[in-house]
Ligand binder design. Structure first.
Ligand code: MG
Length: 264
């Protein structure tokens, strides 16, 4: 979501039964992203991926979260190469060497889950592989700070530290967010900042953490479609996101599916 003024609103704490529903929504998003990952190949259009996602979300018993949100036209966001986030699915065919960011949201019994991956389209260079890897590591570093007693900006700082330490830049204009019965709830979670600021994290908070990382400079602009954000310098951009619950113990990633026990 778009960054803005400081959040003064309360961060809602989710109950165990609310978290149980959010796990189901999270598993839907994880399954959809896995299906999309497998469907990504040269020649496929982002609109075909969008339709695949819609069908999968409905088949899994959920509702699409993004379509119509503030007028967004797609079921998912598909952001190719220098597109940072909020790419609108189109007839554009993916070609070998592209990277495509896939951002999906689903609603189960009124609760949202939100996650994103960036996927290579066949044979990318080691250099581009590294951009994806560092963005995923930045997400992991941010999530590791989502424990009781840390402050919100400890997440932001951990992300920035990883990204800039590897020579990339963090996009400022979009932020992570709280999530629950709304797609975007307080707090906003910038991907940069000094540690030790903002609200103290508590068990029951659910956060969508989402580093957006440019290979070149951090500046972005919005295309004339009113949605697609691209890097101003045309450099590649990667995006990974998970919906994460703060618990008394380790942070719990909600946008994954429970492991099946093979012995049963
Ligand atoms: Mg999000």
């Amino acid at each position: 979501m778009r960054g803005g003024t400081a959040e003064l609103e309360m961060i809602e704490l989710k109950s165990p039964s609310q978290l149980q529903i959010m796990r189901r929504a999270g598993c839907v998003v994880a399954e959809v992203l896995e299906e999309l990952r497998q469907a990504v190949r040269p020649g496929v259009t982002t609109l075909e991926l969008d339709e695949l996602a819609r069908v999968a979300i409905v088949r899994l018993g959920a509702r699409v979260a993004f379509k119509g949100y503030r007028g967004f036209p797609g079921n998912i966001c598909t952001s190719v190469n220098e597109e940072v986030v909020h790419g609108v699915p189109s007839r554009r065919k993916l070609v070998r060497g592209d990277i495509v960011g896939l951002d999906a949201g689903a609603i189960v019994e009124g609760y949202y889950a939100d996650a994103a991956i960036t996927v290579p389209v066949d044979g990318i260079s080691q250099e581009v592989e590294r951009l994806l890897q560092v963005t995923e590591e930045a997400l992991a570093d941010g999530m590791a700070m989502a424990t009781p007693g840390h402050r919100l900006s400890d997440i932001s700082h951990a992300v920035q530290n990883r990204v800039e330490g590897r020579g990339y830049s963090v996009v400022r204009e979009f932020v992570g967010h709280g999530i629950g019965t709304q797609l975007h709830e307080p707090p906003q979670i910038p991907n940069y900042g000094a540690p030790g600021y903002g609200p103290i994290l508590k068990a029951g908070m659910v956060l969508a953490i989402e580093p957006m990382v440019n290979q070149g400079k951090p500046e972005i602009r919005i295309l004339s479609d009113g949605w697609t954000a691209v890097s101003v310098d045309g450099s590649l951009s990667a995006h990974f996101e998970h919906t994460v619950a703060v618990t008394e113990g380790a942070p719990e990633v909600l946008t994954k599916c429970p492991k099946k026990n093979p012995s049963k």
